[in-house]
Design a protein around this ligand. Sequence first.
Ligand code: MN
Length: 288
Amino acid sequence: MRKIGMYYAFWTREWDVDFFPYIEKVRNLGFDQLEINGGTFALMSPHERKRLEDEAKRRGIAISYGIGLTADHDVSSLDEEVRRNGIRFMRDMIEAVGASGGGMIGGTVHSAWPSTLPKNAADKRPYLDQSKKSMREMVKIAEDNSVILNVEVINRFEQYLLNTCDEALSYVEDIGSSSCRILLDTFHMNIEEDSIGGAIRKAGKHLAALHLGETNRKPPGLGRMPWQEIRDALDAIGFDGPLVMEPFIAKGGRVGRDVAVWRDLIPNPDYDGLARDAAAFVRKILCE
Ligand code: MN
């Protein structure tokens, strides 16, 4: 049975928060997995990380880790100091996740977010080459720590290196490690892919996890995403990875700014009720 996960930032306006209470919360709302911020996790003390790990085990909740590297940790940078900084940061994160039993780190593990091609540049290839050079180093650390690094395919307005599944496929095939796989996201695919089902089928065995959201990032079930087409494609490739929803519905804070939510999408939202309904919807339409 596919696991259903929820990204903690649905409930928060800042990225750096205490994740502990969200483990029980998502369990009570019908989820199997909680996705937390890998950057914050890496900066927690070993004691705090152990406490979180124990709580997740006690509640039967799997933990996955998301990251959008900041510009000063950009592993695709042409500035060697910045690139080394990024690799160091990723090493700390990978080792922290490894010490907690391993798992998936997904997002822009390959570059910075939000980010665009530098103003004086016209060709992204040098940045892509730098990214792969860094990734070859990072996957070795990941392999030693039972960690999988999932490069997320992100739309052109937030990132520029990997905008389509085809680009990500070429990237991971080039890296050639089972510790470097693909994370697709329905919100981004809706903008970039000719066919959402087609992209999932193409990703095939390289698809490690799927982020779920409607076209405007409301929780699944409240929009016009072609869920049946997505279901058919997941079945066709025998997908057994986690389905992690990543809804953002409120403006404000660092989160609202980074994900470009400039208005409240749902008036007076009942966050827990919305999450519970979305979990039930996803379980019915993508799992059962
Ligand atoms: Mn995503």
